[in-house]
Design a protein around this ligand. Structure first.
Ligand SMILES: NC(=O)c1ccc[n+]([C@@H]2O[C@H](COP(=O)([O-])OP(=O)(O)OC[C@H]3O[C@@H](n4cnc5c(N)ncnc54)[C@H](OP(=O)(O)O)[C@@H]3O)[C@@H](O)[C@H]2O)c1
Length: 354
C-alpha cells in the first residue's frame, strides 16, 4: 500500500492537524496541502512532511498539487465550498476522493457521480470521520437484522466540545432548517422540535431531530425510506431550543451576521484539547423497524469524536489504498457494518450494558 501517495488538503485546520499526526503515527507520509503557505509551511516543518499550496479557485495550482497523487483526503470545510473543484479534478485524473463532511448537498453531489467514478476506477467516499462512519455502520447493522425495514432512527450523544470548522459548518446550516426523510424524500422539519428520550450506554439522554449526513447516506446504504437523525442535548437546553433556534435562524440568514459569526468562531473556538480527546466518549444508537413493528436496536460506545475522526480517517484511507473500491460509496457500503469495530476503542452492544 502506498503510504506517501496521498494529499491531505486543509492540513492546517484543527482536524487536518489531528489526521496528519495520526498518519505519521502509522508510518504514512501524506503531502500536506492548503491554500495558505503561511499556515501550511510551519506544519510541514514541524512534521517533516512535504507540502504544496493549492488555491481551489485556481485550477492550475490544484492540478499541480494532484500530480502523481493516488488519493485526496479533504479536511477543508465547510465542504460545500471546497469539495466540488477537488471532486471534479479527481474524476478527471482518476484519483480517489475522501472527506469528513456531514453536509447533505455534498453527499448528494458525490452520489450523482457514481457511474463516472466506477468508469474511472476510483471511489468517492465522503464522511469518513465521526460523521458518518459510526452511524452508517450501525444503520447497516440494525437494518440487516430487520429485513424489509421501513423506518430507521439514528441518534448520538457526547459531542461535548466542538472544533471551529464544525461550528462554522453548523452556523451555515441553521438558516436552512431541519430535515427528515419520509417515503424516500427529504422533507422540512422544524429545528428544535420533536424531543424524545433515548437510552445510551452511559444512561438516558434527551435527543432532538437534527440535520445529519445519514439522512442522505443511510438512504443509500440501507434503502430505508423513512429516516430520522437525532442529537442529544443537555436537559437545561431542551426547553429553550425551539425559541433559541428560531432566533438563530433569523439572525444567521443575514450574510453579514454569518460573516461576523465565522470571524468570531475563528478567534474564539479552539476545539477539544488533548485531555478531552483522550477522556471523553461518544455514543450512537440505531433502531430499525419493519411494517409489523418488529425492531432491532443496537448501540456503539466510541472514543471522543475528533480522536475517532482522526483514527477512522487514516484507517479508511489505508483500506481504500489496499482494496480500491469503486463508485460513490459510504464506508458501510464499501467495508460492511463491522468496519466501525476495526476502529480502536469501539464497542458495539445488542443490549445495553449493566
Ligand atoms: N466527519 C466528522 O466527523 C468531522 C470531524 C471533524 C471536522 N469535521 C468537519 O471538517 C471541517 C473542518 O473542521 P475543522 O474544525 O478542522 O476546521 P478549521 O480548524 O476551521 O479548519 C478549516 C480548514 O479548511 C480550510 N478551508 C476552509 N475554507 C476553504 C476554502 N474555501 N478553500 C481552501 N481551504 C479552505 C482552512 O484553510 P485556511 O486556514 O486557509 O482558511 C482550514 O485549513 C468542518 O466542516 C467540520 O464540520 C467533520
Amino acid at each position: 500500500m502506498a503510504k506517501s501517495n496521498w494529499l491531505l488538503y486543509g492540513a492546517n485546520g484543527y482536524t487536518g492537524q489531528l489526521v496528519a499526526e495520526e498518519a505519521l503515527r502509522k508510518g504514512h507520509k501524506p503531502i500536506l496541502a492548503g491554500r495558505s503557505e503561511d499556515k501550511i509551511r510551519p506544519i510541514a516543518e514541524r512534521t517533516g512532511l512535504d507540502y504544496v499550496i493549492a488555491d481551489l479557485t485556481d485550477r492550475n495550482s490544484l492540478n499541480k498539487a494532484l500530480s502523481g497523487i493516488e488519493l485526496v483526503f479533504n479536511a477543508a470545510g465547510p465542504f460545500i465550498h471546497t469539495s466540488a473543484p477537488i471532486i471534479k479534478a479527481c474524476l478527471e485524473y482518476g484519483i480517489h476522493y475522501t472527506d469528513i463532511t456531514g453536509e447533505i448537498p455534498v453527499f448528494q453531489n458525490i452520489f450523482s457521480f457514481d457511474s463516472l467514478a466506477k468508469k474511472k476506477g476510483i471511489v468517492l467516499m465522503s464522511g469518513i470521520g465521526f460523521d458518518i462512519i459510526p452511524t452508517d455502520c450501525l444503520a447497516r447493522y440494525v437494518t440487516e437484522r430487520v429485513p424489509g425495514a421501513v423506518g430507521l432512527e439514528l441518534a448520538f450523544a457526547g459531542l461535548e466540545h466542538i472544533s471551529p470548522g464544525t461550528m462554522k459548518t453548523m452556523v451555515e446550516m441553521i438558516p436552512g432548517g431541519g430535515l427528515v426523510r419520509r417515503n424516500g424524500k427529504l422533507i422540512g422539519y422544524p429545528l428544535g422540535k420533536g424531543a424524545k428520550k433515548v437510552m445510551f450506554p452511559d444512561g438516558e439522554h434527551t435527543v432532538i431531530p437534527i440535520l445529519w449526513g445519514d439522512l442522505e447516506t443511510a438512504y443509500h446504504s440501507t434503502g430505508v425510506q423513512n429516516i430520522t437523525t437525532y442529537m442529544a442535548y443537555p436537559n437545561y437546553m431542551i426547553r429553550f431550543l425551539p425559541a433559541g433556534i428560531s432566533i438563530m435562524q433569523k439572525l444567521f440568514a443575514s450574510k453579514m451576521i454569518q460573516r461576523a459569526a465565522q470571524k468570531i468562531i475563528d478567534m474564539t473556538v479552539k476545539g477539544p484539547g488533548k485531555d478531552a480527546r483522550e477522556k471523553d466518549r461518544s455514543y450512537v444508537w440505531a433502531r430499525a423497524v419493519d411494517a409489523k413493528g418488529n425492531e432491532k436496536q443496537a448501540w456503539l460506545d466510541i472514543p471522543e469524536t475528533y480522536l475517532f475522526t482522526a483514527v477512522a480517517s487514516v484507517l479508511t484511507i489505508e483500506k481504500i489504498l489496499a482494496l480500491h473500491p469503486r463508485g460513490a460509496l459510504t464506508p458501510a457500503m464499501a467495508f460492511g457494518a463491522d468496519f466501525v469495530l476495526e476502529i480502536q476503542g469501539t464497542k458495539r452492544y445488542d443490549t445495553l450494558p449493566g
